[in-house]
Ligand binder design. Structure first.
Ligand SMILES: C[S@@+](CC[C@H](N)C(=O)[O-])C[C@H]1O[C@@H](n2cnc3c(N)ncnc32)[C@H](O)[C@@H]1O
Length: 271
């Protein structure tokens, strides 16, 4: 720990007061991840701790750190978390570990507790859920299953792809309690010399229903294209390899409060 000055400032902080190295410590001593403070999230591994979270061999598995961060910030123990495209069950494993109620669905489940269901029709009542997390397909680049209703069979160059994801967004809007949050992870596509801004196109659809809390840039690691050959090709033929995904953190608007405004916070207390 750095020495403290009389006014409570750390003397070993950089001049701008931003200790980036603090957020790079991903796993705290108790085996849990640490809470992110910036909008750049970069994880060296898919999971943390001694037990697996999801299946790191499943193509498209979500970084467990990311789900851990969302539930720490936007839920409390006992809250209900739903993942309508739960795949190998990373959301289920993280939530159970953290004392959250959780339901995971998928069109082609890869985890014993994930329930088979289409995300465009979620069997839950209106305004019953505290947090939704979705890591959706972002084109037809990965073969998740042979199920004909897999949205990952539709190309992101086809407007139908966004129409189907919008149906999922509408369902999420219906089941979320007012004021509660959805985290949606998605990447862009660059194939055959053509860039498709999948993230921006999905964001336009989500913004019809939800208010934006923030947009996180999640570094993409463990990609099959992260090899010397692909890096060489990207430089020689003048294109870029995908380096990040977007995590859209959005909120279902809450009706205006009828409560009296809370007493003013005394900021002096925190100086
Ligand atoms: C990126 S993977 C999710 C990974 C998951 N979060 C994990 O950690 O294993 C996307 C998932 O969306 C599912 N999916 C595609 N279309 C669907 C649909 N119509 N309804 C529900 N799930 C769907 C796929 O089967 C696939 O498992």
């Amino acid at each position: 720990m750095g020495k403290r000055k009389a006014r409570g400032e750390r003397t070993d902080m950089p001049l701008n007061g931003f200790a980036y190295e603090v957020s790079m410590v991903k796993e705290a001593k108790d085996g849990k991840p640490s809470l992110e403070a910036t909008t750049l999230w970069d994880y060296p591994t898919q999971s943390y701790g001694r037990t697996p979270k999801g299946d790191n061999k499943f193509q498209g598995v979500t970084p467990a750190f990311l789900i851990w961060n969302l539930i720490q910030r936007y839920t409390k123990p006992g809250d209900l978390v739903v993942d309508p495209m739960a795949g190998s069950g990373t959301t289920i494993d993280v939530c159970k570990d953290e004392g959250r109620e959780v339901i995971g669905y998928d069109i082609a489940p890869q985890h014993p507790e994930v329930i088979q269901n289409d995300a465009r029709n979620i069997p839950l009542s209106d305004e019953s859920v505290d947090l939704v997390f979705i890591d959706s397909p972002y084109s037809d680049n990965v073969s998740y299953s042979d199920h004909p209703d897999c949205i990952g069979k539709i190309s992101c160059e086809d407007e139908r792809f966004y129409d189907e994801l919008e149906k999922v967004a509408k369902e999420v809007y219906r089941i979320l309690k007012p004021g509660k949050v959805i985290g949606w992870l998605i990447g862009d596509q660059w194939v055959k010399k053509k860039f498709t801004p999948v993230g921006f196109k999905l964001y336009e659809r989500l913004a019809k229903y939800f208010e934006t809390v923030d947009v996180i840039c999640v570094a993409r690691r463990g990609q099959s294209s992260h090899t010397g050959v692909w890096h060489y090709r990207a430089k020689k033929f003048n294109f870029y390899l995908r380096g990040f995904k977007y995590l859209f953190i959005m909120r279902k608007p809450a009706p205006p409060s009828t409560k009296k405004p809370a007493a003013k916070v005394k900021w002096a207390k925190y100086k």
